[in-house]
Write a protein that binds this ligand. Sequence first.
Ligand code: AMP
Length: 380
Amino acid sequence: MSDPILPGAMLGVLGSGQLGRMFALAARRLGYRVAVFAPDDDSPTSQVADLAVQAPYDDLDAIERFAEAVDVVTFEFENVPSATVEAAARHAPVRPTGRLLHASQDRLREKAALTSLGLPVAPHAPIIGDDDLATARDVVSMPAVLKTAAFGYDGKGQRRVDAFDALEAAWEDLGRNRAVLEQFVDFTAEVSVVGARGPDGSVALFEPFLNHHANHILDVTVVPAPVGEATVRDAHRIARAVLEGFDVVGVLCVEMFLLADGGLVVNEIAPRTHNSGHVTIDAHVTSQFEQQVRAVCGLPLGAVDRVAPAAAMANLLGDVWADGGAQWGAALSDPGVRLHLYGKRDARPGRKMGHLSVLDRDPATAEQRARAARDAAAGR
Ligand code: AMP
């Protein structure tokens, strides 16, 4: 096993959004320096990094120079091209490796990988050519969701399909791109598990988070999730299987559907820290971002215990700014509310601008206070 990368070293992150920003803040608190590589300027991560390189991901010379200047490369954005990861890996360890990235960049590859690990996924069929429109009937029943295989997130590139007659039109609508038809899962809740694995194979798993979505975008996360011990064990078994199956060094998130009988179906994997894990910054001994630093540097993983009986996190989308700007004074009139803003200039509707979190005695009160603070911020 390689030696740990100790504080003082330079950590490289590909991607410059809020996940990179919160990674950089955690790294700097631990005494590391941070370099960020991304095409954008004045990005959430570059504002807090020691060094920002602005270049396209396919500029392989720039990526090689970047990797030469850092001690390890990690990422916060999963759609980094394979060639970029390979070029970086010639000069510094890339954690996690490109293998996980490659699988999670394509829903068909991801489903195949999960199935080969023996993990439960919804019945699904590839839609790649015209013939698949007919054969999908053999495996999937309606209603279903048609999703483009590549570059889909937060419900983008998805159409609900209620009958096979409507499948071709939905596929047409998605540009006849490689897609997967997924049977609709009649879930009672959505949960996620964020986990970390170090170079020595040590694993640390956060408790399952309960996630509420609005318009296919994560809206509110609440802990503890209302699930029994058997479901927690099952969720952890699944997350561990993915971490070990892909030989991950770093952090990932497994999003799952909870069924009425307590069973779980894997929806998708994020090969990085996750929006639902933002709750860990305030609610857990070690945040998901510090855990990413520790994992990719080969330091011992931190404790994942919750520091309060319950907590909630509410996302702040650009919509909060819609009616005359955000009212931070009103949002913070509850002194227990913790505000996190990502330094983005343009508050467009649907854009993730920040989040706020609250610790409380029980999950329902925590959730109610987080939602109330967000309403106050929006002037409602
Ligand atoms: P995804 O981009 O795959 O994470 O999907 C975004 C959201 O769409 C999920 O969080 C679910 O709320 C919903 N969704 C996606 N796939 C399914 C499915 N097979 N059955 C029911 N709801 C789904």
